[in-house]
Structure formats: structure tokens, C-alpha cells
Design a binder for this molecule. Structure first.
Ligand SMILES: Nc1nc2c(ncn2[C@@H]2O[C@H](COP(=O)(O)OP(=O)(O)OP(=O)(O)O)[C@@H](O)[C@H]2O)c(=O)[nH]1
Ligand SMILES: [Mg+2]
Length: 1077
């Protein structure tokens, strides 16, 4: 079949019943792109010899080099089946975890999915993820068990063993589907049972169990007899459904095809004597039908062609199958070429897969009501709470009509960048006769002019302005061309209703657009520009997506996937477009990946900063998952989902979007600083006596304040730090305490509530009366109650009411406490009390209250260890005195006349304003108080799930151990030899982890990393031996590896802070062993 013409495809686009929008989903490397190649080859777009080698849809260079897909891309294919012509919009998606957001964008545009499973590896973590994604979007999956050849050639299984193995895989896949669909299955069963019960009333006694068996929920599961499973080897180009063999053998054996189809998979065997198909092959030790009629054939073919290379046998097989081979293939030295030549004729994988797709996957007309309602109801809003006009649109969705009056509704799931040169408008077309004649004439003229110019040149050598006109224009267009080599953005979209025309004007509905609000405003006569989250644009160009190529289209009817040009100024990453303002924005795409790996980026040449900034903005638009931000430090930061994703983003930035040299920092690993309770045992697990404990604290204090101790700072043995401002007017005493772990997590998770609380308190202080919604009051009261229940015991008595502030940034997981006896501050929870919700109720604030809070905020934002934010620390202010300045002697006379306030000014001047001094003093007091306690670093942790087989389990443990990982639990999957390990791993140790695991286990285990929580690193970064046992055990220097100190130093070095490190010690002791032996 040759490539379909554009006209043909546009024709097919008009018949939604015969359209299938589908994506290929699988775990990484299970053969998605290879299978797509086979399907593309069936349309003659690439040669079938190259299918599987070209990986046509991996159009990026780095995709080809690395051998993994990094973006989803679409291609339209046509297929004739049973006298009908079908149009298939196929989307190939990446399988690597880092790119799972690309899968989400693909799934949104489809009605069905081809789920691939590697016949050897079976269900992998990403297989589960994609099945879940398909389920979340309500799209129907069908299954392809790929890489069947590996069972024959790699695992060298017999056909019977392979059959058992395949059964297990199918069970695994169905188990995943089962857990996802359980509720749906139960619902449908209940409905069916009810129906049947109604029908059965009065006829017979209803048998429960039999009824359940008969209920047909099988369309949800994968089973070969249902025809929704293909067994394939994409590399060798073959694939089949049991149906094909059933048809074949029904003629040969004289059995009905329907019966064979039902019995070909399962525990059935052929009783040759009785000429009957019987059940119970396994119990009776017989060969199941599937082995006898299907697998044995394949096994003997592989045996003849690849293993034995028996020419005669091959020829026999070929002629018995009625195939015709080219002698070139027969003579080829690589048996695989011959094999794929035979297989792709005998059981072409494209036919098996495409016919399954056409039969089993729904067309755009079959979009279920459930899916439509899910798409249309944003957030927690219920569908029936939407305006009537909006609800009416549901029928438009369900009809998927392309009639002129049907409202146009389009969803853009991502924006992707293409080179301008790749656009069809800029591609060179073959010239027609007329154009060629014109060009010829132009060339002749130019030549004549040049000759003339050469002559004048001889006469007047310096006359330059005789340059032919055409040459001038050529030169002037050159820079323009360079300018044109830009990236343009194309929207990856699908028409859900109506017919889209080129140049049509539509509304762009932002994710926060509310149709009820919008409709009201518009009916009141507002123009569209006044409605929030609504803008208007025109669809400049429409494209048919053909893998690497684009074709321009004039119009696209409902139910098709398309590309739209000219939206880059209106759409950032995804959007809903519609002609009707009643249309709600679609629910946001379920993104599986959360971006966590962050690096700082700067141009090699500082002058290229604007280019880089522009490039980063483009990258942000072109990638569904990458995030771009500017940190407080002014660094430009790129946040990506993982290492591979990071690499791709950087390549894109360098080569496409910014086109400048960039330098990239090492991944920025976030840490937190905290304090813990003094340890009860020392490093060698000896109990610390009271005496020694004091010694430990002294040690820390001495260390921290060495050389900096001044008379204005005092630290008492209990860790209370007292600081006086330089002008000696104010004194604060602060003590640091660790917060209980649960409190820290509570504060972290309720940062939103705290932020609201802070805002309310601020406006109360400013004297505004507030109307607070009951939901907010409830949330705040809930937080208070939880804090009270968690902060119990003598140490925390009544502290909840004494909370002064949260920090850093006023909502962080640290607390400032007011433990002053003489300063009754207004309670932070005053908004809960109705009476005090009016301004100026309760006690007033003391002067400089704000300075104390600011000092605390600054201290918690950057701790003393390595300037990382603090976490889980409570600072209690136990003394705060502000003296009114005593007038200086010489000023005394004057000040008695002047007002009291101005008196101190001359003295305060040399130190600056009091408020500033107090901020600095408070900050320093917090830092010193922090250092007076045992300090610890907190590391961000990933949870990681690793699936691995028993034989490489040890190696996985080895790698985890080396990288400070901790196994949480391990379980064996029933019926397989696969172990599922759940572990936690510090983010700091995760770089190269996936790679190492894969290498050490030869690709058998692949981890999935997800950020989970913060964890205290148990080792003390500033630890030195203090007890005798410790001296004995660690030596005087105690210079064994200290992980926490290593992290601290690494962060300090990155931030350009002073790092205390000894590089060479006792250099005189170095010697070369060989010489002095
Ligand atoms: N033996 C065997 N190898 C296969 C088969 N199909 C694909 N492969 C190989 O598996 C590897 C991965 O194939 P791809 O098609 O790139 O896999 P993918 O699923 O697209 O991978 P990602 O897009 O990175 O997730 C390639 O080396 C293929 O040659 C098959 O049927 N049999
Ligand atoms: Mg791929």
C-alpha cells in the first residue's frame, strides 16, 4: 500500500465512525517505537526493510543516539479492513519515567491505547503507571505481548514453557487492570445481575454463582479469545491474534472457527481419536491447543531459519505457507533478514495490530458520558452544578458532530517546537512548467547583465553601483533567512466537536476560567477582553501530523488529532479552545512526574544573558514538565523530572532555544538545618553521665564562638543565649529547642492555613475589619487543636497561645515563642474569637515587636551550618529589655529642654537606628542559640520502588547500601520470581543511581524515584570525641568519614562560604611504600 494522499486522508477525517485515536503505551524499551515503525511501514511511508531499525517517530537526534523516546509524536495512517477504510491517528509515547508527563499529554487526546508488554520482562513499574493513566482518562486499552522472539532465542524456552510463561504475564496484566477497575467491574456486575434477576423472575430459581460466571465483564480484561491480545515480535515483523489461527485451522480441521477461537487459548487439547476438543490439557498432560497449533509452528520456523539454517526445510515451509520470497533474502548471510521476510509476509504484525485496533478500540463517536463529564468538571465542581448552557455542550461532545452549527471545541495538550524550515510553507515544492520557464528567463537575464557588468568593469574598475539588482536583493534577504531559522510552536491538539477552519477565531479558556461568571459578564455587555481568563485568537494554520513531517490542512472535522500554528502567544502549555464562552476549561492533565532535580544555569559569556532568558522561556513552553524560576539569589534555575530529562532540556537550550554556550551548576540538592535533643549515649553507645553531657555542650559552644566571643554575647550552660545591641539599649535572650517530629510535619503540610492566618493577623493589626469564611475559620481552629494535642508535656505547656510567629517567610516549619512574663502579646489565634475580630481588641504590641520577628525570619531562612533554611526549631524568647537611652552628660542640659525622644538620637547615630540593631541582635541570638544545641542536617529523601528478580537482589541491596539507602520492605510477587523492594534514598545520593542499578543488574532492575520527605541525618557534622571510649575508638582526630560534614562543606563551597578543611596532614609521614619496605 502506498502512502495515502493528503486528499484521501482529509476524506477519511470526515467519517468519525472510522477514526481511531490511539497511543502506544509501555514501560521503557518494551518496543513501542519499533512497533510504530512496523505500522508506519505498512502505509509505505518507510520501507518495510527498515521497519524496526529506523525508529521513524524518534525524530530527535538524541532520541536516536540514546535509543529512547523523549517526546510523544503523532502520525496519521490509513488501513483497509473488511471493505472499510479506517483512519488511525497514532501517537507514540516515551516509556522513561522522566517523560511520563509526555504520556499524560498523549493519553488525553486518545480514545484507546495499545499497551505493550515485553514477553520476558512482563509487567514493569511503568506498565502499571500507564495502565493507571489510561484508566484515569477513561480510555480503553488493548494488549500487545511483544518480543516473543526473546522467548525462543534468548530464554530458549520450549513451546510449552513459553505457553505457561505467557499465561503468567497475562495474569499479571489482568491483576493490575483488576485492581484499577475493581469498582467499575463490581458496579457493572451488580447491574447485570440485577437485570438478569429481573428477567429470571418466575422462570427458575436463580443460581448466584452461575450468574456471576456468565456476567460479561471481559471487555475490561485482556484475553486472546476476546481478540484484544496480539502476540508479536516487532523486530522480526510478525504478530497474530488467535483468531487468525482459528480461521486457518477451521478449514483444515473442519471445526467451527468460533469454537476454535474460544478454545485456542486455555486449557484445551485436541483428542485426535475422538476428533474432539477437550478440556483439561494440563491435568492430563496433553499439549494445549495453543502450543500445538500456534507456538509449535513458530518454534519450528525459528529453528529451521535461525538455529539450523536448513535451506531445504525453509523452502518447504515457505512453499507450504504459499509465500514468495526474493532470492536476495534467501541468500542473505544474516538469517534474521530471511526470518523477517518470511514472517512479515506470513503474519504481518501491522495487520494483526491494526485490525485489532479497528475492531476493539472505540471511535470518537463512542466517547462515554462519564469521560465527558470528567473532562468538563474542573476541580471538585460537580457536573450538574455547571450552568445550563455548559451542560448542553455535553451533547455536542457525545455527537462529535462536524456540522456547521456544532460548537467548535478543541483541547491543546502540549506545545512543541519545530524548526521553521520543517514547516510545509517553507519546504521546496517541485516547480511546474511555467515557474521553470520564468526561472530560466531570469537566469538568462542575470547572465547577460553579468557579462555587461564585466565589460564596464574593464572600463571603469571602481564603479561598484553597477551591481545587478538581483544580486543586491539576494544579499539583503540573507540576514532575513538567518532570522527565519527560528523555532515555531505548534499546538498538539484534538477537535472534540465542530469543524475547525483555518483562520477561525476562537476563545482561549484559561484553567481558571469560570463559564458561569464569563457568561454573566458577556450577557451584561462586557467585551471578551474584560472577562478574566478568557482571550481571543485566530487559528492561523492547521496541520496534519505525520511524524517528522507536517502537512497543511484547510479544515479539520471533529474527532481528529491535529497541529495548530500561531498559538504561542496565547497558550503556554495546554489550553481549551472553543467558539462558545459556555465551554468550561478541561480538567488539567494528570501529570505523573513532579519536577525535583534543579540546576542553576548561566551563560558562558555574561552578555548573552538576555538570549538565555528568552531561551529558557521557550523551553518552559515547549516542555510539559520542566519549570523555570529565578531564585532569591538571582540564579536562573531549571527544575526537571530527573537526570535524563535534565540532559534533554539542556541540549534543547543549547542547540535550539538559546543557542548560546551555557554553564550548568551541579544539581542543587536542598537541605534543611535543625537541632535535636542532646544524645543520651555517646558514639560508642556508652551512656553519657551528667558530667560528660555538660562537657559535650561546652565543647560545641566553645567551638562555635571561638574567637568571636564578645562581651555582648553570653551563653549559659542550658543553652540560653543573651545578646545586647551595640548601643547597649536592648537585650534579648533566646533558647532553641527541637520541635517534635509530628509538629514539624503538621506545620509543613499546613503552610497554606498558616499563610492565611498570618494575613488575617496582619490586617487586624492594620485596623481592618475582616469577614472570614467559615471554611477558613474551621481550618485555623483545626490547626490549633492539632497543635495543642501534639504539644503536650511540661516543656510545651500553653505554648500554642504563646506563638509569636512562624518562619521563615512567615509560614515555615519553625516557631518563635513568646516566653516573656512581662509582655502579653495578642494571641495569634485571635481571629477565632468573634469578639476580638474587631481591630484594636486585646493588648497592644510593644515597640520594635516587628524587629524581633524579622530577626527570627532571617535566622530561620538561612541557618548557621550552611545557610540552608531551618526546619523544626522552636526559638523561645525569654528576656527582652529595651532601656530608654540615658542622656549623655554634655547633652543633658540640652535634652532637658528638648523632647525625650530626640535625646538619644545623637548617641544612637553611630550605631544606626535601634530597630535595625535589634533585628541583627535577634538574628545573631537565634543563630547562637541554634549552635548551642546539638545541630543536625536534614536530607531530602526519595522513595524508590525497584522491581527485580531474585538473582540480582543482592546487587540491588549493594547499590542501595553504598548510597545510604534504607529498605522499607520487600515482597515477592506471587507466582513469579520478581521482588518488589521499597526503599528510601537521600536525594543527594541519587544522581547516577538508576544508571548504576541498571548496570549492576544488567538492566534487570529499574528504579522509580519519587520525592517523599525530609529526614534528619543522624551523624553530627561537628562531632569530636569527648569521652575516653570515643578517643579510644576514633582517635584524637576522629577523621573518619562524616557524611553530614561532607554535605555541609559541599553546600558551603557552592555558596562561596568559608570551608574549614585540612587538605594534607602530617605530610612528612607520606612515603612510597615500595621503596621503604
Ligand atoms: N528481541 C526483540 N527486540 C525488540 C523487539 N521490539 C523492540 N526490540 C528492541 O528493543 C529496544 C527498544 O525498542 P524501542 O522501540 O526503542 O522501545 P520503546 O518502547 O520505544 O522505548 P522508549 O520509547 O524509550 O520507552 C530496541 O533495541 C529494539 O530493537 C522485539 O520484538 N524483539
Ligand atoms: Mg520509543
Amino acid at each position: 500500500m502506498g502512502p495515502a494522499s493528503l486528499q484521501k486522508i482529509s476524506e477519511l477525517q470526515r467519517n468519525p465512525r472510522n477514526i481511531r485515536n490511539l497511543c502506544i503505551l509501555a514501560h521503557v524499551d518494551h518496543g513501542k517505537t519499533t512497533l510504530a515503525d512496523c505500522l508506519v511501514a505498512s502505509n509505505g511511508i518507510i520501507s518495510s526493510r527498515l521497519a524496526g531499525k529506523l525508529r521513524y517517530l524518534d525524530s530527535r537526534e538524541d532520541e536516536q543516539i540514546r535509543g529512547i523516546t523523549m517526546k510523544s509524536s503523532a502520525i496519521s495512517l490509513h488501513y483497509g479492513n473488511g471493505g472499510q477504510e479506517f483512519l488511525l491517528n497514532l501517537i507514540d509515547s516515551p516509556g522513561h519515567v522522566d517523560f511520563s508527563s509526555e504520556v499524560s499529554t498523549a493519553v488525553r487526546l486518545c480514545d484507546g491505547a495499545l499497551v505493550l508488554v515485553d514477553a520476558v520482562e512482563g509487567v514493569c513499574p511503568q506498565t502499571q503507571v500507564v495502565l493507571r493513566q489510561a484508566w484515569l482518562e477513561n480510555i480503553r486499552p488493548v494488549l500487545v505481548i511483544n518480543k516473543m522472539d526473546r522467548l525462543i532465542l534468548e530464554l530458549k524456552l520450549t513451546s510449552t514453557e513459553a505457553h505457561d510463561h505467557l499465561k503468567k504475564i497475562l495474569e499479571q496484566v489482568n491483576a493490575v487492570t483488576g485492581t484499577l477497575f475493581t469498582s467499575k467491574v463490581l458496579e457493572e456486575r451488580a447491574e447485570k445481575v440485577k437485570e438478569e434477576e429481573e428477567m429470571a423472575v418466575g422462570e427458575q430459581v436463580y443460581d448466584w454463582s452461575a450468574g456471576l460466571d456468565e456476567v460479561d465483564d471481559s471487555h475490561l480484561y485482556f484475553s486472546p479469545e476476546q481478540g484484544n491480545v496480539v502476540f508479536a515480535s516487532a523486530v522480526d515483523g510478525w504478530g497474530f491474534r488467535t483468531q487468525q489461527f482459528a480461521d486457518l485451522y477451521s478449514q483444515k480441521m473442519g471445526v467451527k472457527a468460533g469454537v476454535l477461537q474460544k478454545t485456542l487459548w486455555g486449557d484445551f487439547y485436541l483428542n485426535a481419536k475422538a476428533k474432539r476438543i477437550m478440556k483439561g490439557a494440563q491435568a492430563k498432560g496433553k499439549k494445549p491447543l495453543f502450543v500445538q497449533l500456534v507456538l509449535d509452528n513458530l518454534w519450528s520456523l525459528y529453528d529451521a531459519v535461525v538455529v539450523q539454517r536448513d535451506k531445504e526445510k525453509v523452502e518447504k515451509v515457505v512453499s507450504s505457507l504459499g509465500l514468495k520470497l526474493m532470492s536476495r533474502d534467501l541468500r542473505h548471510s544474516d538469517p534474521k533478514v530471511l526470518l523477517s521476510a518470511i514472517c512479515s509476509q506470513w503474519l504481518p504484525v501491522s495487520t494483526a495490530v491494526l485490525s485489532m485496533v479497528c475492531e476493539k478500540l472505540p471511535s470518537p463517536l463512542d466517547v462515554g458520558e462519564e469521560r465527558v463529564e470528567k473532562l468538563m468538571s474542573v476541580g471538585a465542581r460537580r457536573f450538574d452544578s455547571l450552568p445550563e448552557k455548559t451542560q448542553e455542550l455535553k451533547t455536542a461532545f457525545l455527537q462529535c458532530s462536524s456540522a456547521e452549527d456544532a460548537p467548535v471545541i478543541i483541547f491543546v495538550s502540549k506545545m512543541f517546537a519545530v524548526d521553521t524550515k520543517a514547516l510545509p510553507q517553507h519546504k521546496q515544492r517541485p516547480l511546474n512548467q511555467e515557474e521553470m520557464a520564468r526561472r530560466r528567463e531570469l537566469a538568462r537575464q542575470r547572465h547577460a547583465e553579468r557579462m555587461a557588468a564585466a565589460e564596464t568593469h574593464l572600463v571603469a574598475p571602481d564603479s561598484r553601483d553597477t551591481e545587478p539588482e538581483s544580486a543586491k536583493t539576494e544579499r539583503s534577504t540573507q540576514p532575513e533567512e538567518e532570522e527565519e531559522q527560528k523555532e515555531v510552536f505548534i499546538a498538539f491538539a484534538r477537535v472534540f466537536s465542530g469543524k475547525v477552519k483555518k483562520g477561525q477565531r476562537v476563545f482561549v479558556l484559561g484553567p481558571k476560567y469560570d463559564p458561569a461568571h464569563g457568561l454573566r459578564l458577556l450577557s451584561e455587555g462586557s467585551s471578551d477582553s474584560e472577562v478574566p481568563h478568557l482571550s481571543c485568537c485566530s487559528l492561523q494554520t492547521l496541520y496534519l501530523l505525520m511524524g517528522r513531517e507536517l502537512e497543511e490542512l484547510e479544515e479539520v472535522p471533529a474527532g481528529n488529532v491535529l497541529g495548530i500554528g500561531g498559538l504561542e502567544d496565547f497558550v503556554l502549555k495546554s489550553a481549551t479552545l472553543s467558539v462558545s464562552p459556555a465551554c468550561p476549561p478541561f480538567t488539567p492533565i494528570n501529570m505523573e512526574a513532579t519536577p525535583i532535580v534543579r540546576v542553576a544555569i548561566e551563560p558562558k559569556h555574561p552578555s548573552e544573558m538576555p538570549k538565555l532568558v528568552r531561551g529558557m522561556r521557550l523551553l518552559n513552553q515547549a516542555d510539559p514538565c520542566a519549570e523555570i524560576l529565578i531564585q532569591e539569589t538571582g540564579e536562573h534555575v531549571l527544575v526537571t523530572a530527573g537526570e535524563v530529562h535534565l540532559q534533554r532540556c539542556l541540549d534543547d537550550l543549547r542547540e535550539r532555544f538559546a543557542k548560546v554556550e551555557i554553564s550548568v551548576s551541579k544539581p542543587i540538592i536542598p537541605f534543611r538545618e535543625t537541632v535535636v535533643r542532646p544524645p543520651k549515649v555517646d558514639m560508642v553507645n556508652e551512656e553519657l553521665g551528667k558530667q560528660q553531657k555538660v562537657a559535650v555542650i561546652h565543647q560545641v559552644k566553645d567551638d562555635s564562638s571561638q574567637g568571636r566571643v564578645s562581651d555582648s554575647v553570653q551563653v549559659d550552660p542550658g543553652g540560653l543565649v543573651t545578646i545586647t545591641t551595640p548601643n547597649r539599649l536592648a537585650t534579648v535572650s533566646v533558647r532553641a529547642m527541637p520541635l517534635p517530629h509530628e509538629v514539624t510535619s503538621l506545620l509543613e503540610s499546613s503552610s497554606d492555613v498558616i499563610r492565611t492566618l498570618e494575613q488575617i493577623n496582619l490586617s487586624l493589626r492594620e485596623g481592618k475589619t475582616l469577614d472570614i469564611s467559615s471554611r477558613t475559620v474551621e481550618a485555623i481552629a483545626g490547626l490549633k487543636a492539632q497543635l495543642e494535642s501534639l504539644l503536650q508535656g511540661r516543656r510545651w505547656r500553653d505554648v500554642v497561645d504563646q506563638i509569636w510567629a512562624f518562619g521563615p517567610r512567615r509560614y515555615g516549619p519553625n516557631i518563635l515563642l513568646n516566653s516573656l512574663k512581662d509582655y502579653p502579646r495578642p494571641s495569634p489565634w485571635q481571629c477565632l474569637d468573634r469578639a476580638s475580630r474587631t481591630p484594636q481588641a486585646g493588648p497592644a504590641l510593644r515597640d520594635f515587636d516587628n524587629s524581633i520577628v524579622s530577626g527570627f525570619q532571617l535566622a530561620t531562612l538561612a541557618g548557621p551550618m550552611c545557610e540552608e533554611p531551618m526546619m523544626g526549631v522552636c526559638f523561645s524568647v525569654e528576656r527582652w529589655e529595651v532601656r530608654t537611652p540615658a542622656p549623655l552628660k554634655e547633652d543633658a542640659a540640652r535634652s532637658s529642654e528638648a523632647s525625650g525622644g530626640a535625646a538619644g538620637s545623637s548617641q544612637a547615630d553611630c550605631y544606626g537606628p535601634v530597630s535595625g540593631q535589634l533585628i541583627a541582635a535577634m538574628k545573631e541570638a537565634c543563630r547562637q542559640a541554634f549552635q548551642a544545641q546539638p545541630q543536625r542536617l536534614m536530607a531530602a529523601m526519595y522513595t524508590c520502588e525497584i522491581m527485580t528478580t531474585a538473582d540480582v537482589l543482592g546487587r540491588v541491596y549493594g547499590v542501595l547500601g553504598k548510597r545510604e539507602g534504607r529498605v522499607l520492605h520487600e515482597e515477592m510477587k506471587e507466582g513469579t520470581d520478581v521482588f518488589l523492594i521499597k526503599a528510601v534514598l537521600p536525594v543527594a545520593e541519587s544522581f547516577g543511581f538508576a544508571e548504576e542499578i541498571r548496570k549492576r543488574t544488567s538492566g534487570l532492575a529499574s528504579p522509580q524515584l519519587v520525592f517523599s520527605h525530609w529526614e534528619v541525618i543522624s551523624s553530627d557534622p561537628f562531632w569530636v570525641p569527648t569521652t575516653e571510649e570515643e578517643y579510644l575508638h576514633f582517635g584524637e582526630k576522629a577523621d573518619s568519614d562524616n557524611q553530614a560534614l561532607k554535605y555541609v562543606n559541599a553546600v558551603r563551597r557552592r555558596k562561596g562560604l568559608y570551608v574549614e578543611e585540612k587538605i594534607v596532614e602530617h605530610a612528612e609521614k607520606q612515603r612510597t611504600l615500595g621503596k621503604n619496605k
